[in-house]
Design a protein around this ligand. Structure first.
Ligand SMILES: [Zn+2]
Length: 671
């Protein structure tokens, strides 16, 4: 058993009391998804999720999403093992380099990428590495890198939780029984090992990741000890619910401040799903409510226009020059996919799209060979900067490069797009299917024994219309659920050429009917411009799921060419502005549409590049001479509307995800 100190013990007691009170008070949780379903295998002992993810490979990307995944496969994700020792020569594969989180991190994104693209070369590569790990598992259940004398040489179990989570994806895609047995053996070793060495450090703060493979194997085997393992992980793990009931989480970490496990930005992104996963172990209404409350607290105290929160590397407040680490972006996306699946609340789908279409693509170079450690909403240049604003990160954190600041993101970035694509659709109760998020693609699933194929033709999020074509092999009745984003006021659905009932924003619109032959649906999600008030009363422009930023001219300069493994195309780059950025915007906040003109453009070969932007906006602006760089970055925005005697200009905004440098939170001009 883990040893709790007195304060932790009291915190847990307090959290337990609150939970009980909440449960007795009634079912007031915001989450509204169905409680029970017949969507998957029976899992007595585990509460049913609202929706179940479809097997890896059921969703096929098309259109811009397919191009994006190909860019990724032709960039760092597909090639990292060929030149980066921490993956290519990992101890996980018999080498002498890092033998902890990096190789499992890479495979965790590489495996779904390979199977979504259905690419034989990528799949063969995944098979080779998985085969090595499974073949070199020891007879006691531990994987190769785990030290023989684990009591003397400590090994933080986080990497094993991650490896098992990664391997069950491979089993899901291939059905390879040996992989399932390997995970089962590893989890059994963990169950015994936790008694000798309880969770500590990363494992303690990421305990809930182990629930994912434990639940997966439990649903295949029904072995009750897997739920004992899940409970043991929870008992030894950090209690985020208690932490979020306190004050500390609301306080931004100061510049050169104190690094804390509980405020670590990646742990935060991961922990968003912790209570929802825990809810499956023994239904407790307050566990269902936690994620919504946690996100509310993060938005209020550390939120950014992209739906992310800052952390460089611990939670850093709302100032748009603070950084958000790439690992936290991909982990928060993965958490949101679990939250939507378990709780069924469309709110998590709205947030999932917002983060996926904005924060995720922005932090890569458009060719996905270079990435940042930290992105900023107001990022006017990316340079090696010893005078930086980060709380605890280093001076290279916003460079575009191979491993700026630290190599975790280099290993972990790969899961973002593939897992997003794999979760576009989920199985719904009653043999149905739910559109969780929208992007071009195709899904095949089985509705009560009848194969059904749905294709989605769209340039969403750059367009308002989504064409769906449902084809059932034989007539079959099943519910089709369409997520209607909360912002989509006036949404309309046309079913087989006739107006359907008006879909309500912020719900899953349900079409429960007999599907026969091919039925075409046309969903229109009107995107009205919105202006949100941000840090120091700055304004940010949003429309649909996209956030808009100033398009700034860019000069890229290669740096660190002498450092190892930086041969092109995987070099490091600084980016500097070549056009002015210090504008205040003339926005009519009561009627944003009157001051913004949006224009659709063809979605580029590189959908998330300044040139490839599928939609642009024009707005009147004036330069603000008082708004200058500080610490090499966009200085503090003064609160309130600003005066400017500079001439009025028209500036162009493009989607945040298409920018490499940008201003997103603008001072407002006095009218
Ligand atoms: Zn990272």
């Amino acid at each position: 058993m883990s040893v709790l100190n007195r304060r932790e013990f009291l915190n847990r007691m307090a959290a337990g009391t609150t939970a009980l009170a909440a449960a007795n008070k009634g079912r007031a949780a915001r989450t509204s998804g169905p409680r029970t379903s017949g969507t998957g295998p029976p899992s007595a002992g585990l509460a049913e999720p609202a929706f179940r993810p479809l097997p890896l490979g059921a969703v096929k990307p098309r259109g811009w999403l397919l191009r994006q995944l190909r860019i990724q496969a032709q960039g760092l994700s597909g090639r990292l093992d060929e030149f980066w020792p921490d993956v290519g020569q990992s101890k996980w594969f018999g080498g002498q380099a890092e033998g902890w989180e990096r190789a499992p991190y890479w495979l965790d994104g590489f495996i779904p990428l390979a199977f979504l693209l259905d690419d034989p070369a990528l799949k063969a590569k995944a098979a080779k590495y998985v085969e090595y790990i499974v073949a070199h598992q020891r007879s006691d259940g531990w994987y190769g890198p785990y030290p023989e004398d684990a009591v003397a040489k400590r090994y933080d179990l986080w990497a094993i939780l991650l490896a098992d989570k990664m391997l069950v994806q491979y089993h899901d895609a291939t059905g390879d029984e040996r992989v399932l047995r390997a995970v089962e053996k590893s989890l059994r070793a963990m169950l015994a090992g936790l008694d000798k060495t309880p969770l500590y450090d990363w494992g303690r703060y990421r305990w809930f990741e182990g629930l994912i493979p434990a639940f997966y194997v439990y649903e295949k085997t029904g072995e009750a000890w897997l739920l004992d393992l899940a409970r043991k992980l929870r008992a030894q793990g950090f209690d985020y619910r208690a932490f979020y009931a306190g004050e500390d989480v609301t306080v931004p970490t100061p510049r050169r401040g104190l690094w804390k496990w509980a405020k670590h930005v990646v742990n935060t992104g991961m922990a968003a799903k912790s209570a929802a996963l825990s809810w499956r172990l023994g239904p407790n209404e307050s566990d269902r409510a936690f994620a919504g409350r946690m996100i509310e607290i993060l938005d209020r105290h550390h939120g950014q226009a992209t739906g992310m929160f800052t952390g460089d590397e611990c939670l850093a407040g709302k100032n748009p020059v603070q950084g958000t680490e790439l690992c936290s972006v991909v982990e928060f996306l993965y958490s949101l996919e679990h939250l939507l699946s378990i709780l069924g609340d469309p709110f998590f789908g709205d947030r999932l799209e917002k983060v996926a279409f904005n924060a995720l693509p922005a932090t890569f170079s458009p060719d996905m060979w270079a990435h940042q450690y930290d992105q900023q909403a107001n990022q006017i240049q990316c340079t090696i900067n010893p005078d930086h604003m980060w709380t605890t990160n280093g001076p290279e954190s916003n460079l575009y490069g191979l491993e700026p600041n630290y190599g975790c993101c280099t290993a972990n970035m790969h899961q973002g797009w593939p897992k997003f694509a794999a979760h576009l659709w989920m199985a719904a109760p009653g043999g149905g299917v739910a559109a969780a998020t929208y992007a071009p693609g195709e899904v095949r699933f089985d509705a009560r024994g009848t194969p059904v194929d749905i294709s989605v033709e769209t340039d969403y999020p750059f367009r308002e219309t989504i064409r769906l074509s449902v084809r059932a092999e034989r007539p079959v009745r099943f519910p089709l659920l369409l997520r209607i984003p909360a912002w989509a006021e006036g949404a309309a659905l046309d079913v087989g050429g006739a107006d359907g009932p008006k879909p309500k924003p912020g719900t899953f619109h349900r079409l429960d009917r007999e599907w026969n032959g091919a039925v075409d649906l046309l969903l229109r999600l009107p995107m009205k411009a919105r202006v949100s008030r941000r840090y120091n009363e700055a304004a940010a422009v949003e429309r649909g799921p996209l956030v808009y930023s100033l398009k700034i001219g860019e000069a890229w300069t290669r740096v660190n060419a002498e450092k190892p493994h930086r041969d092109l195309p995987h070099g490091d780059f600084e980016v500097r502005p070549t056009t002015p950025w210090n504008y205040g915007l003339a926005l009519d906040e009561t009627d944003p549409a009157s001051s913004l003109v949006f224009e659709e453009r063809p979605v580029g070969e590189r959908p998330f590049s300044p040139e490839g932007a599928g939609v642009v906006a024009r707005v009147k602006a004036r330069k603000l001479s008082a708004w200058r760089p500080a610490h090499g970055w966009a200085g503090e925005i003064s609160p309130g509307p600003q005066e400017s005697r500079e001439p009025e200009e028209t500036v162009e905004l493009i989607p945040y995800g298409c920018t490499n440098i940008r201003v997103t939170e603008f001072p407002r001009l006095r009218r």
